[in-house]
Ligand binder design. Sequence first.
Ligand code: F6P
Length: 532
Amino acid sequence: MWQTLKAHHAKVADRRFETLVDAARAGNFSAQTGDMLFDYAKTNIDADGRALLIELLNQTDVAQKRDAMLSGAAINETEGRAVLHTALRNLDGDPVFVDGADVMPGILDTLDRMSAFAIAVRDGSFTGQGGKITDVINIGIGGSDLGPAMAVKALAPFHDGPRCHFVSNVDPADIAAAMASCNPETTLVIVASKTFTTIETMTNARTAQAWMAQTVADTGAQFAALSTAADKTADFGIAPERVFGFEDWVGGRYSMWGPIGLSLMIAIGPDAFREFLRGGQAMDAHFKTAKWEDNLPALLALVGIWHNQICGHPTRAVLPYDNLLSRLPAYLQQLEMESNGKGVSMDGADLTVNSGPVVWGEPGTNGQHAFYQLIHQGTRVIPCEFLVAARGHNDALHHQHQLLVANCLAQSEALMRGRDLDEARSKVADRFTGAELERQAKHRVFAGNRPSVTIAYPQLDPFMLGQIIALYEHRVFVEGVVLGLNSYDQWGVELGKELATALQPVVEGAQSADNKDGSTAALVGFLQSNGV
Ligand code: F6P
């Protein structure tokens, strides 16, 4: 199938896809679920290409594997685990079985406990030593940080709880900034760690504990924990009533729907948090039932595969024209790259196609004044994914929002159309002539024919954010199945962790750097001579 797709690509690669974009194409090469529109008309995928891509889904059994995932099968084969983040947003409580036991009563019970705690923090019935909680510090990293941090920012218009701070980096600058802006007597510290062993998180948690102990008599009373490791949270001194647990079949980067979302729930309230879950649940139902031609996660995945594995474009830019989503690219970097950045297939054989792409981005219009130059005129093609809301949250400034939307649409149009030499000449013909005109015009040519997709929606709210995040989660799943890899492990992060542990005594000077390679030993030497 890969060869057939590559042969099809070879046939159409030189065509300008702009010529495909007639009035009918917008309808034929877009799909909608609820209020969300996914437009992929501005790509070089035609009806034949789409049919071949859909055949790829059928040949790799995506439907069966989707159903296996949703029903609790142990599809994370290298860790022997189910993959059931969807159960966290299964608000109707329909049974989901893992090893013969229904996991839903436990999930809904934890959701109720989280809600009760969030309400108590928000209404002041849970207090710190100094009274009502004014600040929440979430200490976590990776999936225990990026999801809630992204979502708290995204849902700022709905934020009516205490201030939320997110500390992830072991760099002391991170926690120092949070401590400097909070009063320990009215701060709740949430230690978010699936394993409760991650060195950055545990180091920061101990630093926060010592900070609080300077003025607070019972520090444990102002700590909560989000983890699968109840024994370790107890050892840390956090009482069970403030420990919100989940199971190992929730992957870290898929975990914001459950306890890891506590900071978000405290920020926006349990009702709005449930709306977020409902949005995710709606996308699950769509993913499960819509045929591939209409299925947003499947189509988004197929566009990704077309651009990366077939066309050979190694990166994709995520460009939200919605400043509230400014942390979405960072969140998606972990979701997509930790999931599909693998070199072997499920059975251990080397992948015969490229792994998932490099994902990067910034909100528009900021990016336009930074890196879009390269997207428009650089020698490599970078497929772009735009997200745009019809309305913002500042009615009085709606005209400014319209300018934002115009910019978003202008970018995808410019990427597609480009500007040829004749048009470029006409732009400068009043200032230059002859060879200088040719030279100046060349610099103003845009190749165009550069693909993009657009995800459009009425307004960002908790439900829509839930839909967007679940859309991307399922996209990652589909891409992973088609590539034949395991999207749910992350062995590639282990080596660096092991070497960091071994290097710490070397950096501290307790061990010599002699057994290190010459480069590492020299860097240690330089940093030591400068005071590390
Ligand atoms: O090192 C990678 C990783 O395991 C991520 O997958 C995870 O999201 C992050 O570290 C944090 O892990 P934990 O929640 O166990 O602290």
